[in-house]
Design a binder for this molecule. Structure first.
Ligand SMILES: Cc1cc2nc3c(=O)[nH]c(=O)nc-3n(C[C@H](O)[C@H](O)[C@H](O)COP(=O)(O)OP(=O)(O)OC[C@H]3O[C@@H](n4cnc5c(N)ncnc54)[C@H](O)[C@@H]3O)c2cc1C
Length: 592
């Protein structure tokens, strides 16, 4: 079954749940014409349906091949990539000064969901290029920007992000790749990176690698890491491609999913000399990399949303076709579509509600990141930066967790056929499984949320967000619409649970860090479930006040989320605040 981008849902989430419309009206987006958003998304949806979705299965079945350091992608991949760049899709949010279209990151976020839903393994390549563009634009020298940015933005060249080494995964500070200063101002790199996405491929004639390495006199740990740009082919002064640089794919991984995305071992400096150019300052690589990682983390969250929506669409279609059993109260002959059974409806609603909530959380993160750089007012920029920083780990971890849950429910709705590759439901689950792992595992996101984001300014950004969410709940109450059921009560209780858990963690984050860390993951889930519930309620209110003909379904969706998912926050609160001893006393159980 093919994929159709849910444009109406996306626009409602973007404009109302995530606050793009309000931010545009507040003047934070300059002369951006919000009316073009729907036209861009319609076209993105067509490209996804016509070009990317048909290659999803092809890529899964063919995978990629490595021969003498050269990776060949699946049939149709290079052509699709060319159509992608010809269509200008790589350049959507790139800076206009280097040939980009300068559209908001939030619009690109909606596009990223669409690419991920139609073909997640394809979409991963430009997702990393976009992060590379951000880092180079923010930290690179004028000369490097001039040479590399236009081609990265157009997509003529792609980018990679190279942190991981065998002994340095979550602990990036343990990396050992070396860089030595040269008299001409360049650096020579030597080392091995593993798990590098699109480290080599045949879709473009050059690849620009962004590599973390350590200078000989660098301090230990993350304080001694520098970021280097290491092109596959060096670039001549006239812009043409020069000699092959000494950075090669020396191996590729065989994986559970994402078969079409090459995951490479990269070797530098083994065949001569790998020439690199410093980005930013020496030993400031982590700062530069964070620019890249935040972008990429949001992008991976959107992968979770995309794959969830794809799995949902497929399960919904299957549930309407597959006939089994009789619905209660059915009289007449024959069996009914499984859609008629309440348990199947429950699963479908859960899929749809989780997907919609994660979508808006990701879009809200993108809007905040946009405002943090676009607003004229410094106060608005600062507040938005804090909001974007707070939401990023939630966007990444909540959305990728639900991507897996929803893809798993998709298999369940297919019954035995879900376990059979033919239906495609299994591929979604296999492809989704990496998303909670890469770009910082979801455990690391939860730690980031508690120790950095919540703890920043004594919780100020959390309290500011809570105030906004309380306002939404007040408006649900004031609507007096019986169709909301107990939504307002459930959201109100969830906000209480979020506030109490936040205070409990804040009190312990320094004094009893192991207690705080033991509750980090359930806290992130609590946060996401509360946010999602409030955002969906806000969207339902917006649909009501616009008198959209179909507003009833958005109210029903918000109600379902609040009454069946947000309610879990009360037990999550107990897990955060009462289970630390049980977790930290686990050694006796696990090792005894
Ligand atoms: C398909 C694929 C593509 C990838 N693409 C790239 C890429 O393009 N570039 C790149 O640089 N890397 C890439 N990676 C690497 C990826 O980012 C790492 O696998 C990931 O960061 C986790 O590191 P690790 O595998 O070493 O796991 P580990 O760090 O060993 O973690 C193992 C487990 O321990 C937990 N853990 C570790 N440390 C802590 C801690 N301090 N507190 C609590 N829990 C902890 C983790 O959450 C995890 O559950 C890719 C990996 C894969 C599989």
């Amino acid at each position: 079954m093919t994929y159709r981008a849910p444009i109406n849902d996306i626009l409602l989430a973007l404009n109302h749940g995530a606050g793009l419309k309000a931010a545009v009206e507040a003047g934070h987006f300059g002369d951006f014409d919000a009316d073009i958003t729907s036209a861009v998304l319609e076209e993105a949806g067509k490209f996804a349906t016509d070009v990317l979705a048909p290659l999803n299965r092809v890529g899964d079945e063919h995978g990629i091949k490595l021969d003498d350091g050269k990776v060949t992608t699946a049939p149709g991949w290079p052509d699709a990539y060319k159509r992608w760049t010809d269509g200008g899709w790589n350049a959507v949010s790139g800076p206009e000064s280097f040939g980009g279209q300068g559209l908001p990151l939030a619009v690109n976020a909606a596009c990223t969901e669409i690419w991920s839903a139609s073909n997640i393994a394809f979409g991963l390549c430009p997702l990393l290029t976009l992060s590379a563009i951000e880092a180079l634009d923010a930290h690179g020298s004028a000369e490097l920007k001039q040479i590399y940015l236009p081609k990265l933005i157009s997509g003529e060249w792609t980018g990679t992000m190279q942190l991981t080494e065998p002994q340095a995964g979550s602990d990036v500070g343990a990396l050992r790749s070396r860089a030595e200063r040269q008299a001409d101002g360049t650096y020579r790199l030597k080392g091995t990176k593993i798990f590098i996405t699109y480290g080599d491929h045949d879709m473009t004639d050059n690849i620009v690698h962004f590599v973390l390495a350590r200078l000989p006199d660098a301090p230990a740990g993350t304080k001694g890491i520098s970021l280097f740009l290491v092109p596959k082919f060096l670039v001549n002064p006239d812009g043409s491609l020069g000699q092959r640089n000494d950075i090669y794919a020396s191996g590729v991984e065989h994986k559970l999913g994402m078969h079409a995305s090459p995951t490479c071992t990269m070797t530098m400096g083994d065949r001569g000399s790998a020439i690199g150019y410093l980005i930013g300052e020496e030993n400031q690589g982590m700062r530069c990399m964070f620019t890249m990682m935040n972008q990429a983390r949001l992008g991976v969250g959107l992968e979770g949303v995309g794959i969830a929506d794809r799995a949902y669409q497929q399960a919904l279609a299957y549930a309407q076709e597959r006939k089994q059993g009789r619905a209660i109260g059915h009289d007449g002959n024959g069996s009914d579509a499984i859609f008629a059974h309440p348990d199947v409806k429950r699963m479908l609603m859960q899929m749809r509600a989780l997907t919609a909530a994660a979508r808006t959380i990701c879009y809200a993160t993108a809007v905040a990141l946009d405002v943090s750089v676009r607003a004229k007012d410094a106060k608005a920029r600062g507040e938005a930066a804090a909001r974007g920083a707070l939401l990023t780990p939630i966007a990444k971890a909540f959305s990728t967790d639900i991507g897996n849950e929803v893809a798993s429910l998709g298999v369940q709705i297919h019954g035995g056929m879900g376990f059979i590759e033919e239906t495609g439901a299994a591929q979604h689950l296999r492809d989704a499984r990496i998303t909670p792992i890469y770009e910082g595992t979801n455990g690391i996101q939860a730690i980031d949320l508690v120790t950095r984001k919540l703890a920043a300014d004594g919780g100020a950004s959390v309290w500011a967000l809570l105030d906004e969410l309380k306002d939404t709940v007040g408006r649900v109450e004031a609507s007096n619409d019986p169709a909301f059921g107990t939504t307002a009560t459930k959201l109100h209780e969830a906000l209480g649970a979020l506030e109490r858990s936040s205070r409990w963690l804040l009190e312990r984050v320094t004094s009893k860090p192991n207690d705080a860390l033991a509750g980090a993951t359930p806290y992130l889930r609590l946060f996401g479930s509360t946010l999602g519930g409030c955002y969906l309620a806000n969207e339902a209110l917006a649909a009501r006040s616009a008198s959209a003909g179909d507003h009833g379904r958005y109210v029903a969706l918000a109600r379902f989320f609040a009454e069946t998912i947000t309610v879990q926050t009360s037990s999550l609160e107990k897990t955060v605040t009462e289970a630390a001893d049980a977790v930290n006393g686990a050694d006796a159980v696990l090792l005894g």
